[in-house]
Design a protein around this ligand. Sequence first.
Ligand code: ARG
Length: 599
Amino acid sequence: MINFKKEIAKQISKNVDISAEQIETYIEVPKDSSKGDYAFPCFRLAKELKKSPQIIAQEIEQKLQIDQKVMEKAEVVGAYINFYINKQTLAKEIIDGFQTEEIADEDGESDALGTEEKVSPSPEGDTFSSVPKASLSPSTKIEQNIVIDYSAPNIAKPFHIGHLRSTVIGQALYNIYKYLGYNVTGVNHLGDYGTQFGKMIEGYKMWGDEYDIENDPINELTKIYVRINNLCKEDENVLQACRDNFKKLEDGDEYCTKIWNKFKELSLKEFQRVYDLLGVTFDSYNGEAFYSDKMDEVVELLEKAGVLKDSQGAKVVEMEDKNMPPLIVIKSNGSTTYATRDLAAILYRARTYDFTKDLYVVSYEQTLHFKELFEVAKYLGLDEKYLKGLEHVPFGMVQLKSGKMSTREGNVIKLEDLLNEAISRAKNIIEQKNPDLENKEEVAQKVGIGAIVFNDLANSRIKDEIFDWDEILNFQGETGPYIQYTYVRTKSVVEKAGGVPAVDSINSEYLIDEYSTNILKLIYNFEDVLVQVTDKNEPSILSRYLIDLAKAYSSFYNENKIINDDKDIQNARVYLTFMVGTVLKTGAQLLGIQMPDKM
Ligand code: ARG
């Protein structure tokens, strides 16, 4: 496909003494497309060439040799040269490049992002279950390993709304890196370690049979924990027994390990229900406990580096910035910390995965933890490239429209309840709008979950997320359901036209109106958008893009008669519709949103 930006850069660089690569980084895309499709601002050249940017713009423009097939025209406005691409070439390039390419999955069946995709439209009507992957095919493999640490709930504790963001953002990043061809490892760094398990084991020993932990593990374990905690406050002997349990657990005692395993297994079973609803998967569940026998090495390495200091009985590493508290590696009671396990995990991941990036999708509340962690990691003797790859990907809080949604202490909203409520609210809306719809349950699930996931990814992740039921389920708003609705519309347009027209029947001349061009420019940018997502680890760039594309299609739909007496016009517009549907579906799936066929 023609790279318009590169073409422009090449032409400009012929006339100034700056490389095309450098020029390319200066080229902008004007917000208002009446100012051209690309613009080259000449400010930066002014100093070097010792002329005013306006003069430079004129001089460059006069010498430009524009290939009319690529660029319709170039115009100087002030210090800018604005470029207008040849719309028909754009249309033709995209249509020709929109090759259907299917990927074979492990079972050898063709599959795009886990859904069944066939290329040829079946006469029976279900044209779009056949949306192919099209030119949106992932680029060639990229020989880089990306580790993404996300979700990471704490076992025997509720999987609450605070973990939602990590799970959803992490999975979206996972999908997008993978789609671009990276080798990605998703790690669920479970919180399955700590002195509280010594307490829970003691509580379970005392009253285990009073609680139905098989059926409602997390609620029941929480009750046991509260009860034993209270008892510990009253009875020093019980507290000691709890401490002993934890020590035994660390030493691999059979009974303690067995019970702890049971807590873990039951918790994971409960988490799994949430993961299934969200379509979330991991390659590794190596949580904190996995590192219990890997921390001695961390202590040795830090000692060898001479940075481990004694401080009131604890062993700590001081930060370069003395305003930051020291990082505690061994507490005064001899036990290790969350940070020690994270240091062990960095060593392990560097050796096991040889990562280029090791991303931690964790709330902004842990910013200090990761800052200190990455600083101390310098003393582990790792290659510089690993240190460079460590990155905290923080995100803001979830807030109910009326105040904070979950606090550490009280009113914890369970994620599973939230998801189920979204599904039932979606079901109610469907009942009202389209009572005769088939598979209402399935559609309600896709719409409800899609609404929550999209809301979570709609704005830059660092912003607090506002949670408002009416807003996230509004089919006309900037929401997941709006994208699904637009997709369903593209599908029904194609069906009405009798299927996807053959590519060679499309005349790109019919796709040069303003509305078609807007869409084509967006489709042209799809891969670039994904690259931007991975540059910034910011899935909202894709969310915004999908909203823009859905809106551009709505305008196109309102302004252009698609089903048309002129079959050539119809074919071109239907094909454009098909491409929009394909991009919407692919993009939504990357975010973790499933598309219904009808809604
Ligand atoms: N379990 C932790 C929590 O709920 C999150 C762990 C994040 N990952 C990490 N490697 N520290 O706060």
